[in-house]
Structures are given as C-alpha cells and as structure tokens.
Design a protein around this ligand. Structure first.
Ligand code: AMP
Length: 308
C-alpha cells in the first residue's frame, strides 16, 4: 500500500511548527518551544483609541510553554515504513509518559499526539537540566566523550579537577539553577538522592528510559511544597521500552553513569549518591539482582574500552 503524497502535507501540528523556536535539531527529530499552547488573543479595549488593541492571555494555563517534537520524514526510508515507524515511536513515547505519570513519576504532560504529522506536543518544563546545574557543557554538545578519555579523566586527572569539585556542593558561579537551589538550602548530595529516587520510581513501573543523560532530567522548583522545594522531571521517552530482565534496568543505570562521568570529572561520588537512593527506593529484593548486573555491565564496558 503506497503512502498518499499528502501524507505529511497536512498536520494539525503545523501551526506550532511554524511558530515555534527550534531548540534542538537531532538526527531523528527537531524540537521546538513555544511560550503558549494558544495564540495570544488581541483584545479590543473600547475605552482606548481604536488603534490600541492590546495582547493578553486569557488564562494562566495558556501561559504555560509547549514543546513540540517533530519526527521529520527520513528520505532514506521507504515512505510507508517511515510513516509506520514514526507513528509507532510517537505512540510508544506518549504511552510511556502516560504510564509513568499514572504511577506518580514526574514527567511532562502529553498535550497531543499527531501520528500522521510526526509530532508530539508536551508541557514545557520550566527549569534547568541537571547537566546545566552540575556545570556540564552547553546543551547540544556531545554527551559522551571518547570512551577512553572518560577512563583517563577518572583515573589520572584528580589534581587538575579541583576547579569545580572542591568538596561537596561546589559548582561554577553564574549558574542560575544552582544559585536557586543553593538559596533553598539544597546541596549536591540532596540533588543526587532526588535523581536516584526519581529513577527508582520510574523503574518500579517497569519502564526503561533508554537514554538517561543529565540533559534528560530537569529540575523544576515547587515553591508550594515546603518539604521538597524542587522536583526531578524526566524527559525524552523517545527510546523508552518495557523491561523484561534486571539487565535492562542495569543498562539504563550504566548509560547514566557514563553520562555523569562525561559531564562531571569526578563523578563516582556523586553517582554513588544516586545509586544509594535508587537502591532504597527500589527495595533490597529488587535492587540486588540489578546491582549484580550493573557490575557485569560495567565490566563489559571497560573491556570494550580496552579492546576498542
Ligand atoms: P529531546 O530530544 O526530547 O531530548 O529534547 C531536546 C531538548 O529539548 C532537551 O534536552 C531539553 O532541553 C528540551 N526539552 C525537551 N522536552 C522538554 C520539555 N518537556 N520541557 C522542557 N524542555 C524540553
């Protein structure tokens, strides 16, 4: 069955794609941000001059930002295969997000899924990525360094790394997210534990994220919650799946461990805090087999680094 020529020509998401600001161009998708789901209405004020109509939002919810992820057509794929792959990935991403939310994992709300147009609309999380807060490179830089380099950073460069790792909680200046957290009395240990708890919550739903990096975790302030003034919001479920075995969870954790190592030179201590909270959140019985697998996965990772 061939795909109609008009397959991609009409999309209800087109409105947003045309008006959004491109914030990321990946190999699979483009990500756009908009300040609001609704167009800003022009309100006519009869008491003022006819020319002075003013713009105003109708409700506070319409002020919330929107993210539109557009899985554009891949010309190298057969059009009907491409269309069905795009549709199934979008549907899976939306299902994972809905399932995670149902089990109390903090994720962006799904606003719409436009399978034919290749788009998913999501609530825009107002905050900072963990990567930004930990003082990693700018968004869009390579998440991973050459794998051998990661090993070298950890093993040999301790003395040169004191610039941003002097004891606990020292992060470069001029970091808005970090400054806000500091004002709230939140240190790095606390942040690491929150990440570990968020991951445990996610894995308890049997969802594997598939691309855990410090860019895919956001920190959002929760000013109304006095006991926990911020939350970790997990984003980008485009590669998520459902776990069958402890190894699946271990690989998810290992991917994040490597991401930490590339974002932060002396990451072992930080990551140990993540794992501690993760283990606690999961419970001893579930954690033990995952811990065993994680050790195996690390060993395999090291071996691969050495053999290339
Ligand atoms: P993704 O391809 O989903 O990883 O998105 C690329 C980038 O867009 C992320 O690293 C974030 O900076 C940003 N982003 C994606 N989804 C959201 C969201 N729901 N809220 C805020 N920013 C987002």
């Amino acid at each position: 069955m061939s795909t109609p020529a008009s397959y991609y020509s009409y999309s209800p998401s087109k409105y947003y794609l045309e008006r959004g600001e491109l914030i990321k161009q990946g190999a699979e998708a483009k990500v756009f941000a908009l300040s609001s789901l609704f167009p800003t209405p022009r309100i006519y004020n009869p008491s003022s001059s006819p020319s002075s109509s003013s713009s105003s939002s109708t409700s506070s919810s319409s002020n919330k930002g929107v993210i539109v992820k557009y899985r554009f057509p891949k010309r190298y794929r057969h059009p009907s295969l491409d269309a069905s792959l795009t549709a199934s990935r979008l549907t899976f991403e939306a299902r994972s997000l809905a399932r995670a939310a149902r089990y109390g994992v903090t994720v962006p709300r799904v606003l719409w899924v436009d399978e034919k147009g290749g788009c998913i609309g999501l609530e825009k999380v107002q905050g900072w990525s963990v990567r930004e807060v930990l003082g990693g490179g700018a968004e869009g830089e390579m998440e991973y360094q050459d794998e051998e380099e990661i090993e070298l950073d950890i093993d040999t460069n301790d003395d040169e790394r004191d610039v941003d790792v002097q004891g606990e909680g020292e992060v470069e200046e001029g970091n808005e997210g970090w400054d806000k957290l500091k004002q709230l009395g939140v240190g790095r240990d606390h942040l690491m534990r929150s990440i570990g708890s968020a991951l445990a919550k996610l894995h308890l739903t049997t969802i594997i994220h598939g691309d855990l990096t410090t860019s895919n975790m956001m920190i959002r302030l929760t000013p109304d919650n006095k006991s926990h003034p911020y939350e970790i919001v997990l984003i980008d479920f485009g590669l998520s799946s459902t776990a069958q075995f402890p190894e699946n969870y271990a690989v998810d954790l290992y991917v994040l461990e490597r991401a930490f190592a590339s974002t932060h030179p002396r990451s072992e201590k930080l990551y140990a805090g993540v794992l501690e909270a993760y283990a606690k959140g999961l419970g001893e019985k579930k954690w033990k087999p995952i811990e065993t697998k994680l050790k195996e996965v690390r060993k395999r990772g090291r071996k691969r680094d050495m053999t290339g």
